[in-house]
Design a protein around this ligand. Structure first.
Ligand code: EPZ
Length: 497
């Protein structure tokens, strides 16, 4: 678990790692290579190690070179079973299905099942592969698939929730080694899918239209080994930018592709975060640094998580933490994973005011979050809780941070290098700070003493937004901080609208 002492503004420079969600399918595509593969900027994460373990069982040997690059080489191409025991550790393991069918023409891959963010079906993966001529049945929890021939065709890959990222990669892989031309409509446009396609092209595939919803693939007979650098992780970059904004810090996030983050940058600016793109080259896709300055005022907004180029669902939770500290009422909707709200009750434990309604949540900004013990439910929810913890007053304990380690490379070390105080400790009650422990017999008297609280409210009758201090009925003994900016209002008999 993490023990966080919050409340300090972050300060300094931090570099973004390679993208997990690009690295995973690209590593899986090494199954298709007739030669060694070298990948640079593969992050050192639990999910990457899990996929390396799975690839090992599929006859692909991998090792890290001294310079950090990952080398992968097929040593046995007879293995076709992706076992449940490995796949259940990481549902992204389904990304081996397309490469296995493309190269070995047969695959038995455990169905990944759902997870805390939703049901996550793979019907679109199977639809696309069937269209290419793959014979598929699902038995005993396994996808059993065989393709005596793969034939190019036209495939529409859109579903009720838009395009599919991993599904597009699986169908792309199979189409790359199919006979003839395949077109994919409603393909996922995420930068990670485009990076996957660029890697296949580096191996000798012929794919056009990467980064657009319409892909054209001319099948080839074989693919060679290749070298490739993974794109920077736009979700990690966004997480760090939000961390800086929440603590009102001054942070430069290095190794970012700003065009991959357009929706995030736009939304942060709308909220009031001063954000500057530095040292970007001529090319729109070239890398840059992004500097965040402390915001004077953060204001509420409407956030809808959508497929790329929309605001990513993978930053919805982190944005919700930030919006908890923005003046006014925000609305957050997730149109990709409408049930991805496990972080809501945990953020509420930290003092956030959030009301969930179906695929949306209404977040009423508070002036301050206050430390508490919370539980991570999934990767991005963990990140949201850590951000809330570093911005909150006092101690926060985030349990089950193994979720975080799946997708962030030592996040606590990076945050600490910026001045945060996050300690990784064993999850035992002795490690919970005393300030978060309540004795059963002698509850702290301080718990019953309300502190004055500042809220933001809109007063249409008197005009405009005002910041007011609400003094609790019995606040005797509580020191009132002097603040000329804050107006003292007697609310008895009135209700802010
Ligand atoms: C990828 O998952 C990412 N994972 C996820 O990142 C990310 O949240 C997601 O894309 C959306 O951007 C990897 O890249 C390894 P989808 P994926 O297929 O490919 C529905 C993280 O935190 N759908 O694009 O599994 C699906 O239920 C993770 O790093 C179908 O209906 O997502 C969802 O509503 C978590 N049928 C939507 O489409 C299908 O066959 C998008 O899912 C496939 C998907």
């Amino acid at each position: 678990m993490f023990v966080i002492e919050g409340g300090k503004p972050l300060n300094g420079r931090v570099r973004v790692s390679g993208a997990k969600n690009a690295a995973l399918p690209i590593m899986a595509a090494s199954i298709m290579a007739d030669g060694p593969v070298t990948l640079r900027d593969v992050p050192d994460l639990v999910d990457v190690r899990t996929l390396a373990d799975l690839l090992e069982t599929l006859g692909v040997r991998s090792d890290r070179a001294v310079d950090g690059s990952l080398n992968l080489q097929v040593v046995d191409d007879s293995c076709i079973v992706a076992d449940y025991e490995l796949v259940r550790r990481m549902r992204a393991s389904i990304c081996v299905l397309g490469p296995l069918l493309a190269r070995r023409r047969r695959a038995i891959v455990s169905l990944p099942g759902g997870c805390n963010i939703g049901d996550r079906p793979i019907d679109l993966h199977l639809k696309g592969l069937r269209a290419l001529g793959v014979d598929i049945r699902v038995e005993h929890g396994y996808v059993i698939a065989e393709a005596s021939r793969l034939r190019g065709t036209n495939i529409f890959l859109g579903g009720s929730f838009g395009s599919t990222v991993t599904g597009t990669c699986n169908v792309l892989a199979a189409a790359a080694l199919a006979e003839g031309v395949t077109t994919i409509e409603s393909a996922a446009c995420e930068p990670e899918v485009a990076d996957f396609g660029r890697f296949l092209n580096a191996m000798g595939a012929r794919i056009e239209g990467l980064g657009t919803p319409f892909l054209r693939i001319e099948g080839v007979d074989q693919l060679s080994g290749a070298e490739h650098s993974i794109i920077p992780d736009r979700i990690e970059a966004a997480t760090l930018l939000i961390a800086a904004a929440m603590t009102r810090g001054q942070v430069t996030v290095e190794n970012v592709c700003p065009t991959h983050l357009s929706a995030v940058i736009e939304k942060l600016r709308e909220i009031g975060v001063p954000l500057f793109i530095e040292s970007q080259g001529e090319d729109a896709t070239s890398l840059a640094d992004i500097r965040v300055e402390p915001a004077e005022r953060l204001t509420a907004t409407v956030c809808s998580a959508l497929a790329y180029p929309g605001l990513p669902t993978d930053v919805q939770a982190q944005f919700m933490s930030l919006l908890s500290l923005c003046e006014g009422n925000s609305v957050v909707t997730d149109k990709v994973f409408p049930d991805r709200f496990m972080h809501v009750p945990e953020l509420v434990r930290l003092g956030a005011q959030i009301y969930r309604e179906g695929p949306s949540a209404i977040v009423s900004g508070v002036v301050q979050l206050r430390g508490a013990c919370v539980m991570a439910s999934d990767l991005r929810a963990s990140a949201a809780l850590v951000l809330a913890g570093i911005a909150a007053k006092g101690h926060t304990v985030v349990r089950r941070i193994y979720h975080l380690d799946r997708g962030y490379d030592r996040l606590e070390e990076r945050l600490n290098s910026l001045g945060a105080n996050v300690r990784r400790v064993t999850d035992i009650v002795e490690n919970v700070p005393d300030s978060l422990k309540l004795s059963h017999t002698t509850p702290s008297a301080a718990m019953f003493t309300s502190e004055p609280e500042t809220i933001s409210a809109s007063f249409p009758t008197t005009g405009g937004d005002r910041r007011i201090r609400v003094d609790p009925p019995q606040s005797a003994g509580v020191e009132q901080p002097a603040d000329s900016q804050i107006e003292k209002v007697d609310l008895s008999g009135t209700r802010p609208e």
